[in-house]
Design a protein. Sequence first.
Length: 222
Amino acid sequence: MSHLKPKFISFDCYGTLINFEMAPVARQVYADRLGGAALEQFCRDFSAYRLDAVLGAFRPYAQVVAEALQRACKRNGVEYRDSDGEALYAAIPTWNPHPDVVAPLKRVAAEIPLVILSNSMIDLIPFSVAKLEAPFHTVCTAQEANSYKPRMKGFEFMLDTLGCGPEDVLHVSSSFRYDLMTAYDMGFKMKAFVNRGHEPLNSYYEVNEIPDIGGLPGLVGL
């Protein structure tokens, strides 16, 4: 087996490293208004509207969450309350890493600089980075790039910050729609898909599939 030899390894944070619990929190918040299949459809719509919301002009992520909730409420005939968006956004700093993350990250960080490229805010991301425990060379947020993934501007900001090209970076994500499709279009030759089960494997985008972050050290020959 040939091993990848990147100068840097970049990661999506929420979903890939941190257990992204937006749907579970939404279920709690809307349990008084929806249930069963209707609540599950609401969560699917909320997810779709979040993606749609980040494709436009940059605005704070709290506004992205609120807009997506409002659109999902309208579609499902549910009352939206300002406290809904506030509750969803306030939950983000409380989320924890997937159980497979911390030890492999520490192992890889000893040999290769680690980077985060996240659809996050400058004041929000430190809560999550601290829980990962591993040292990170650079953390790039959507707020700094003035753009959210899957748009290319965030990736360009990261590469400019690192002073390298896409050929130097292994990008790791559990999402094709937010990360790996864009990385492919930008010429990243090294890509790892962490198969967390929320998106299917798509071999067209030339990714290395790993079941969790525990597979990362072996991918880079450690």
